[in-house]
Design a protein around this ligand. Structure first.
Ligand SMILES: CC(C)(COP(=O)(O)OP(=O)(O)OC[C@H]1O[C@@H](n2cnc3c(N)ncnc32)[C@H](O)[C@@H]1OP(=O)(O)O)[C@@H](O)C(=O)NCCC(=O)NCCS
Length: 150
């Protein structure tokens, strides 16, 4: 039988060890931005979302698709690579730095707490790699270099 840790939540205080990475004002403005434009199922537009995330310090690549109902903890601790899709009701619970690779699909309802590598599908709670994606698309620079070499 496995041993259980004893935790007294009434004594829990992480204020000295946990760094949210932004002050109260920025966190509060983000809370409402997240609620209005990301979590809100009545905001159907995808195109402003990457720019909004960048405004709050996230690194977001090109062609990123973020579906409605997504909950993001701290955008200033988030990186998303190119052409990655975040499904409906995904929770990016990034208390620490979180990097989502390029060409990634995060399945609807997943809770992501750890980095996600390039070229894969992840899903579940906590999110795990479900399958890998073959990526035979060349980067434009690589394609141009290959053409020049021919
Ligand atoms: C995400 C999705 C496209 C993955 O499809 P896929 O890569 O073809 O994967 P499969 O359906 O073949 O499933 C492969 C395995 O992962 C598991 N799996 C699939 N989706 C899962 C999920 N959301 N959470 C946990 N496990 C999942 C399957 O049970 C299967 O397990 P098994 O091999 O033990 O039987 C598919 O689950 C789906 O359509 N989800 C709902 C819609 C969605 O999230 N779309 C993406 C929005 S951006």
């Amino acid at each position: 039988m496995s041993e259980r840790a004893t935790v007294d939540l009434s004594r829990f205080d992480n204020s000295k060890t946990f760094d949210p990475g932004a002050g109260l004002v920025k966190r509060t403005i983000w809370y409402f931005t997240n609620a209005l434009f990301f979590l809100n199922p009545c905001f159907p537009f995808r195109s402003p979302k990457p720019a909004l995330l960048r405004l709050f310090g996230a690194r977001v690549g090109k062609g990123v698709v973020i579906h409605p109902g997504v909950n993001i903890k701290f955008p200033w601790k988030l990186s998303i690579g190119d052409h990655s899709w975040i499904g409906q009701r995904v929770w990016l619970d990034n208390l620490d730095r979180l990097t989502i690779g390029s060409n990634v699909v995060i399945a609807a309802g997943a809770v992501v707490t750890k980095d996600v590598p390039d070229n894969c599908v992840v899903g579940g709670i906590p999110a795990k790699v479900i399958s890998t994606i073959e990526n035979d698309l060349e980067e434009p620079e690589e394609a141009a270099a290959a053409e020049e070499a021919e």
